[in-house]
Design a protein around this ligand. Sequence first.
Ligand code: ACO
Length: 468
Amino acid sequence: MNTDLKTIQDIILKAAAAAKEETASEPEPERPKKAKWPISCTVGPGLEGAIACESKVGYVNGAKGWLVYRGYDIFQLAAHSTYEEVAYLLIYGKMPRADELNIFKEKLFNYTRMNSVVRHLMTFPVERMSIMGALRLGVNLMRTEYSDLDMKTALPTSFDAISADEDTIDMETQPHVSKHATYEFKTKSRKSNQKSGREFDRTGGLETSAHLIAGLSCVAAAVSRIHKDMLPLEPKPALSHAANLIYMITGRIPTPIEERVMDISLILHADHGMNASTFATMVVASTLADMYFSIGAGISALSGPLHGGANEEVIRTLRKLASPQTVAPWVDKQLSQKGKISGFGHRVYKAYDPRARILGPLAALIIRQKPELQELYATAQELEKVAMSRFGSEKKIFPNVDFYSGLVYASLGFDDELFTPMFAASRVAGWSARVIEYMEHNRIFRPRGLYIGEFNKTYVPIEKRRHS
Ligand code: ACO
């Protein structure tokens, strides 16, 4: 390993040691056991606290700042692994042997050569679409061009009915209105979707995952070039997934440092528990809509500024602030108006986000070669310092993954509009892994709403209505 790559590894191992030391006083979690459904848990608005399913894909311990994929700590994976290996680990559930990894890499590369999808994309007004919007479209084109899924959905199917019509009852511990409205929790493990006539095909699911992992990168890169009046580029067989992604976006073969930083960023974004986009993906999959539709839902959910879209907000804020001197007054004004500071806070982490622990110093390293971004980085550092001092230790608000990822991407030469698509291009591995796992024992997601409206209103013909 050359010195520069060793420096990157050392940065990650140092971040791992700091994480361990700072959170050593946090209690160890109780080792998760297999759930005995139905289970009791306290649920807040936005389903906060709800346990939707069991999973072996990944684990987040917010108090300690732990992120684990299939039993492997994120610091270990970032220090030693590659995105291709991590994607394989997530979707297949085990580390690949060398031959398995080579076959998987070849598969990803072959799927990245999507000339017909890209040609089709160019017949749509993608120059006026955000890249996230174009990703949604690209996934649909991939679905049409590489699968006969619409043919299959034309077949008659009989779906498993939902066992209870919950919205007809008010929220009570023991529903009592009629037998029909009583919950009928299914506790026995069932073979998935037996009655539907459309059993989930695991082998097909793994293949589709590889297609989507390769395809999202390719579509994001192609559309970003179209946005700059440049032609999309084909990937190069000698390059890794990370290097090809940079090449297909910028047209430049990256340096080993740039390639490794991109690779690590992809690893860090690949999975993260039951976050909003993962849940959206799984909700759609649970209806037995296919994986392309499910991943489309994930892309949509990720685009929001409270989720993946936050990395673009961060860079906009930093550009607006422009120098460290403007940070403190801006933070004070923002907080006094109850405004949010993008790139801070997390529903789960009440410790420093392990991904930000890695991306922060990596941004510092790569920005050394980019004098034009150094003021922005200094502004980010000041923002972190001031925001943390204003939040205080009580609130446990820390920088999240989105705080430094934009600076990393900007250093690689990516435009702001690519930041969230890069998140999607990585997270597609986690989305896919979780869908494949959930399909083993699929049950349609169907929480209930609490009706707080009125009853017994009388219909008044339109001509007799008075507006209040
Ligand atoms: N800036 C200022 N105050 C904040 C921030 C922030 N970024 N995050 C949380 N707070 C404060 C809230 O104002 C609230 O204060 P209060 O108790 O005095 O009312 C308290 O902390 C709790 O905040 P909530 O928004 O209720 O926390 P929640 O768990 O619902 O939200 C979220 C988490 C949405 C990520 C939030 O922290 C936020 O909006 N952050 C900014 C957007 C962002 O960076 N999103 C990316 C998250 S990472 C990801 O999705 C990949």
